[in-house]
Ligand binder design. Structure first.
Ligand code: NAD
Length: 511
């Protein structure tokens, strides 16, 4: 036990020498040792640390225990590797459990949890429930098929001793201890996009769920607890305080942060990660544009362009909440959009399968969205539909589906992410102007092009500065990379791009 106290004191001294702030860490770690002493055990496990951790400052010892388990796992990774295979041992471990459908809870229980926790309407369930399991299966496959050892061309070089044949490989090491901070809107989806590649690559992780949607991550933890994953590889720390996430970001024991959330918090994370030079992966907000080209049929296009703004009450990052239409077609589109939305978008209780638009996540968010609606009116946009609260739903944070026409790109409703059921229609002169308007944004997450001429659509798509673009409503969530340009983020999730985000690439040469 004395040895442990000494180790902690050394660690704290090292941190002090490196110039880190000490208050929380010092108190937390030494307190943790006292806790262990009272338990009569000097064996640090993440489970023990979690048992003890009840305050934000306690996240540090959890991270510390986590670090030890990574180091242990890492040496295991080295000693256990079979030179005939490219599969890292940890990569294999999640294979079996992740292949199973949820087995502790039925799909219906997961569905009800998502409905009650984050008002997930039935129409969102394919993405809320099915896609995350597909993603985990994909990552499990990648754990087996990804070239973690990539052999490179042989190089013959001249040395004073004569010609030399050099072999080399790019080896993908796990990046290390990962702090994962997801958001609440599609919580299982966002968590799967983080734990899937982290597990497949052989990392250890601490998941810090959004305070608005922690239960689904605890359910994931329960499922993982049943797996044959070594203890300590996967951990969850819940709590309301932003200090929990901040502690992960500041900790020198965490090698990488993967965060999904707002741009404002993303910027704070990037700055706080700089002193420890940790890898930062950011999936942030968007203000995506759908461009309707001159040759598109408005009757076909209107339902596709109206849908995203009202899907999950507009609380999605890559939704095209700006719809760009040729000037002569502006009024025609507005009529079709309001008719379609008025007829098909039913507002109400998300537990009702026929409801398309449920409440927004909390009152504070509803008031913010209403502020934007007010700004749209004041700045001269034409309110074509909605704009208020539904009179028949006095309880709950409901808003009417809202459509503005004649929006200019310099208006707040066109520039800022509203994250609510509000759609803006912007008229444009020619395709060049449409591309310029689409790109005139600090964001760069999603985009769409509508045209019967797919070749033309592809040309326009390649000029849009966003991480994803779909043409004519195509869907591509499973096999494609996902992430943002500009202030929409750094890094990519999905498929082999996700695996790369959780790897440190090492060059090894031999002769
Ligand atoms: P938010 O900024 O409120 O982030 C919340 C999370 O960050 C919480 O877990 C909170 O505890 C934590 N946090 C707060 N301060 C922190 C700090 N200083 N350091 C570390 N962690 C901290 O965002 P939100 O409201 O949860 O999410 C909404 C945003 O998420 C929208 O902008 C949306 O576009 C974006 N989003 C992006 C994607 C994507 O993949 N690009 C997906 C979904 C949502």
């Amino acid at each position: 036990m004395k040895k442990l106290r000494k180790a902690v004191q050394d660690y704290v001294a090292l941190r002090r020498a490196l110039g880190f702030k000490l208050e929380k860490v010092e108190a937390g770690l030494l307190d943790f040792v006292s806790f262990l002493e009272r338990q009569g055990s000097s064996h640090i496990t993440t489970a023990r640390a979690l048992q003890w951790a009840t305050q934000p400052s306690h996240v540090q010892p959890v991270v510390w225990a986590q670090r030890l388990s990574f180091v242990r796992g890492f040496s295991r990774h080295w000693s256990a590797i079979d030179p005939r295979t490219e599969i890292p041992p940890w990569g294999l471990l999640p294979y079996r459990p992740l292949r199973a459908r949820p087995y502790l809870y039925s799909e219906e229980e997961i569905r009800q949890l998502l409905i009650s926790m984050c008002a997930a309407e039935y129409i969102t369930h394919p993405i809320q429930i099915d896609t995350p399991f597909e993603l985990l299966r994909n990552y499990a496959d990648l754990a087996a098929s990804f070239a973690f050892e990539e052999m490179l061309p042989v190089l013959v070089s001249q040395t004073p001793m004569g010609a030399q044949v050099n072999n080399s490989m790019a080896y993908h090491q796990p990046v290390g201890v990962c702090g994962l901070i997801p958001t609440w809107n599609f919580p299982l989806f966002v968590t799967a996009q983080k734990i899937g590649p982290a597990l497949a690559t052989g990392c250890t992780m601490i998941l810090k769920p959004s305070p608005y949607a922690p239960l689904i991550d605890l359910l994931v933890a329960e499922a993982i607890e049943q797996c044959d994953l070594p203890k300590g590889v996967f951990n969850v720390v819940t709590g309301e305080s932003p200090d929990l996430g901040a502690a992960l970001v500041e900790s020198p024991l965490v090698d990488k942060i993967s965060y999904t959330g707002s741009v404002a918090t993303g910027k704070k994370i990037l700055a706080a990660a700089a002193p420890t030079m940790k890898r930062v992966h950011l999936e942030l907000g968007g203000k995506s544009a759908a461009i309707i080209l001159d040759d598109a049929d408005l009757d076909i296009v209107a339902p596709f362009t109206s849908g995203p703004s009202f899907f999950h009450a507009g609380q999605g990052c890559a939704m095209c909440t700006r719809v760009l239409v040729p000037k002569p077609k502006h009024d025609g589109l507005l009529d079709r959009l309001t008719n379609f939305v008025g007829a098909f978008v039913k507002v109400g209780d998300p537990a009702d399968p026929s409801v398309m638009l449920g409440p927004v996540i909390r009152e504070e968010r509803r008031q913010k969205i209403e502020e934007y609606i007010g700004a749209g009116k004041r700045e001269g946009a034409v309110l074509a539909l909605g704009g208020g609260r539904p009179a028949d739903l006095p309880r709950g944070y409901f808003l009417q589906p809202t459509i503005f026409g004649a929006v200019r790109n310099d208006m707040r409703i066109a520039r800022e992410e509203i994250f609510g059921p509000v759609l803006s229609v912007l008229p444009f002169g020619d395709t060049e102007e449409a591309i310029r308007i689409a790109n005139e944004s600090t964001f760069g997450l999603g985009g769409a092009v509508y045209t019967p001429d797919v070749a033309k659509g592809l040309e326009v798509a390649k000029r849009i500065r966003t991480g994803t673009v779909n043409i004519n409503g195509a869907v591509s969530l499973l096999h494609t990379p996902f992430g943002g340009f500009k202030e929409s983020g750094i890094g990519r999730e999905g498929g082999r791009w996700g695996i790369q985000e959780y790897s440190e690439i090492q060059a090894i040469a031999w002769k």
